[in-house]
Write a protein that binds this ligand. Sequence first.
Ligand code: ADP
Length: 216
Amino acid sequence: MRVVILGPPGSGKGTRARIIGRLYGVPVITTGDLLREAVAEGTERGLEAKGYMDRGELVPDEIVVALMEERLALPDCEDGFILDGFPRNLSQAEALDQMLAEKRTGLDHVLNVVVDAKTIIGRLSLRRSCPSCGAVYHLKDKPPERDDLCDECGSELIQRSDDRPEIIRHRLEVHEEKTHPLLDRYRKVGLIREISGDLPIDEIPEAIRRALGNSN
Ligand code: ADP
């Protein structure tokens, strides 16, 4: 199953992507994590991407598309994947179509996570992430068992540098301007399914099954 998940920052996109990965046995490819890894490793791409990320701007398409081409060519993607954070604008969507057409395949679903703006700001400012394994917590709704430590791998949790209020606001504007238009594009070809960004965690698997069906 080949799925793209769309939704504003803080919509619960990443949590849903991980659950889909588990339910359907496909790898979750998170562009933001791939970019943060490149930054941490100090690669040429990472060095170039960092400034854009700190400002809440989109990283240039050449960098992101090259990263995705390499990732999607790995053998674990052969039977499917879930893309979280890509495509993020129309030209990336075209690049993705082309990559998949070359492999004689295409997307099965585009899952749109629907949530209102007030919920988003509250969520992102209380979000804490694990820099080692990518697990995500919320100090109020999903706190780690031990303060500041990841339940899954024990690493110290961090607040992402772009989860500050002024940068959050800018990321939302960028999403509205650049990513929102993708909904129309995918709606026209009948790929959009919707899921609420406001469900309790234990109701999410059922909602995903309803939206995407049972098959692989
Ligand atoms: P969020 O969805 O919460 O904004 P992400 O972790 O997906 O966070 O992305 C963090 C940052 O990484 C973005 O603000 C942007 O700078 C960069 N980024 C992630 N995905 C892309 C992409 N597909 N194209 C360009 N930049 C991207």
